[in-house]
Design a protein around this ligand. Structure first.
Ligand code: IPE
Ligand code: IPE
Ligand code: MG
Length: 251
């Protein structure tokens, strides 16, 4: 048993609460955080990137199997070029700085989103990080970058159609699992807890297929201010939910 797994069991015994298997976070509010301080938006992204490490480590220690972070959407390219460039640079800096933490925690890193459109250097570092952490036995850390759920589903449909055309797949044999297996999140459990910071009650094209039955937790806290207490609050909120999946409440 790895050190991480041992800590996990202790943590679960300690709290006695059900822990979500897959936590997905829409990390929103960096811009507002900066604006409130009279700083450029890039400063908000920098502050936001500093929050990631404690959240990742704590989720891993609590026994979360997968953590997916919405870092840059396919729609975010419409922002000013200097903001986009700052985010891409921060990403590379972040990957470099956080590799030791990932290795120490046995974290398995995965990029989610279309490759096309991503800067070559960023892609290279993402690929290297995936490779370097591939043998981990701990939590999956998924970074959604240049990600849009509709694009992801479109790509999956195209892949499936190609397999049908080549005679590898019988249309009658297509199931929900076939679709899940063709998404970027293949092999991971569906998110059971979706957290959005900065107060907006919307999904913004994130994991549309996968969040069918996720419990949602929206907090007013802006992402750069999100701390372990906020994470605890989200976990407690999740633990208190009656999950019925279309059935009836247990008596
Ligand atoms: C989220 O923060 C980070 C990205 C979308 C890259 P925002 O930059 O959207 O922050 P707000 O919503 O403008 O405050
Ligand atoms: C969602 O936030 C995307 C990320 C957090 C990366 P946005 O700020 O881009 O979404 P909207 O504009 O509020 O829908
Ligand atoms: Mg936003």
């Amino acid at each position: 048993m790895s050190a991480t797994a041992a800590t996990t069991t202790e943590a679960q015994q300690h709290t006695g609460m059900p822990v979500p298997q897959h936590v997905a976070i829409i990390m929103d509010g960096n811009g507002r955080w900066a604006q409130r301080r009279g700083l450029p938006r890039a400063a908000g992204h920098q502050a936001g990137s500093r929050v990631v490490r404690p959240i990742v480590e704590t989720c891993a220690q609590r026994g979360v199997q997968a953590l997916t972070l919405y870092s840059f959407s396919s729609e975010n390219w419409s922002r000013p070029a200097d903001e986009v460039a700052a985010i891409m640079l921060l990403l590379q800096e972040h990957l470099r700085n956080e590799l030791p933490m990932m290795l120490a925690n046995g974290i398995r890193f995965r990029r989610l989103g279309r490759r096309e459109g991503m800067p070559a250097e960023a892609l290279h570092m993402l690929d290297e990080t995936e490779r370097a952490t591939a043998h981990g036995r701990g939590m999956h850390l998924v970074l959604a970058l240049n990600y849009g759920a509709r694009a992801e589903i479109t790509d999956a449909v195209r892949d499936i159609a190609n397999k049908v055309r080549q005679g590898e797949l019988d249309p009658a044999a297509i199931t929900e699992a076939t679709i899940s297996d063709h998404l970027g999140t293949a092999g991971l459990p569906d998110p059971d807890l979706l957290i959005r910071t900065a107060g907006q009650w919307r999904v913004s094209n994130f994991l549309l297929w996968q969040i069918s039955y996720a419990e949602m937790h929206v907090t007013e806290t802006l992402w750069p201010d999100f701390n372990l207490q906020d994470l605890d609050r989200a976990f407690r909120d999740f633990a208190g939910r009656q999950r019925t999946f279309g059935g009836l409440k247990a008596k």
